[in-house]
Design a protein around this ligand. Structure first.
Ligand code: UDP
Ligand code: MG
Length: 310
């Protein structure tokens, strides 16, 4: 089996030499155990870095034949850089890993074993979050719960450390979506999968390339690319307000007809305000429902993948 390790890099010059050193030794080790062939590669994707990252990648590529580089024309973000690497790289099995050495590289061997056992997708799942700030831990864990609640199928505590077989990568190629959230797409591929847990370390050097802004944008992507639940919520809200204000109208008429407690002008101002609000929300919701359909259609996602033919 030929293994290719895909590493997206954005301003990672500080860690890159160490990353290359460690990944090369991982390849050598696996090769000596005869788990992978000698033409296995390391594919570094430079996501429009502003520092020496690309120069370093070029240098390593000159020095040793296992290193390959892909340079993107600008910063497209982690997900796109990763996809570019996956779609361009050769190899029978592709492992994606961050450049910062937070993910335990020792797990790659287990991933390969799982792949040998017939799994097309092997998820690296982190078992600890001590290296995260309390805030990140709290938001991340709740976010996974929120996604599950909205019906998005994601693997809990799995980021983008995973192995994909050639077949899975070819399936992934058919997903033409522009709003990428790989964590949500991979489970949609189907195929046999397995999770392998590992302990996540601190970043080896440099600081996180995922500032709050990028993190929030990814989180939002995860919801809006996979769930129309928020749109549905508007409809439901509109419906509730509509029903309540209708009842309020009936009640106001009742007061007017059967008692002398009616305040002049109250019903004619308050009830329509709620009523119209409800109707408006409901209408927006209905438009939203159609928008959601159009939106899902424009994605042109493949409708199935064939796992076996005989
Ligand atoms: N990354 C990238 N493009 C970006 C941001 C990040 O390719 O726009 C890469 C980065 O170089 C690293 C990986 O994505 O290899 C994960 O980033 P980081 O480790 O900074 O994220 P964190 O672990 O802090 O969530
Ligand atoms: Mg990191």
């Amino acid at each position: 089996m030929t293994l290719t390790i895909v590493i997206p890099c954005y301003n990672e010059a500080e860690v890159l030499p160490e990353t290359v050193r460690r990944l090369r030794s991982v390849l050598q080790d696996l090769e000596s155990k005869e788990k992978i062939t000698s033409n296995s590669k390391l594919v570094f994707v430079d996501d429009g870095s502003k520092d020496q990252t690309w120069a370093l990648i070029e240098r390593f590529a000159d020095e040793c034949s296992v290193v390959q580089g892909i340079k993107l024309s600008r910063n497209y973000g982690h997900q796109n850089a990763l996809l570019a690497g996956l779609l361009v790289a050769q190899g029978d099995a592709l492992v994606s890993v961050d450049a910062d050495l937070q993910d335990d590289l020792g797990v790659i061997e287990q991933m390969l074993d799982a792949c040998h056992d017939g799994c097309d997708v092997v998820y690296g799942v982190r078992e600890n979050r001590e290296t995260d700030s309390a805030f990140k831990r709290f938001t991340a864990e709740n976010y996974y719960c929120l996604l599950a609640f909205m019906g998005v199928d994601v693997v809990f505590n799995h980021a983008d450390y995973r192995l994909l077989s050639r077949r899975a990568v070819e399936a992934l190629r058919e997903y033409g979506e522009v709003n990428l959230f790989l964590r949500g797409i991979i489970p949609l591929l189907g195929f046999r999968s397995r999770s392998i847990s590992y302990r996540r370390a601190e970043r080896f050097a440099g600081e996180s390339k995922y500032p709050m802004r990028k993190m929030l944008s990814l989180a939002f992507q995860g919801i809006t690319s996979f769930s129309t639940f928020p749109l549905r919520l508007i409809t439901v809200l509109g419906l509730i307000i509509f029903v309540i204000s209708s009842l309020m109208g009936v009640w106001a008429i009742g007061i007017r007809l059967f008692s002398d407690l009616a305040v002049p002008g109250w019903a004619s101002t308050v009830v329509p305000a709620y009523f119209l609000g409800g109707i408006q929300l409901l209408s927006i919701g209905i438009i939203g429902e159609y928008l959601a359909k159009i939106y899902m259609e424009t994605k042109r996602r493949p409708r199935f993948h064939i796992e076996k033919l005989r």
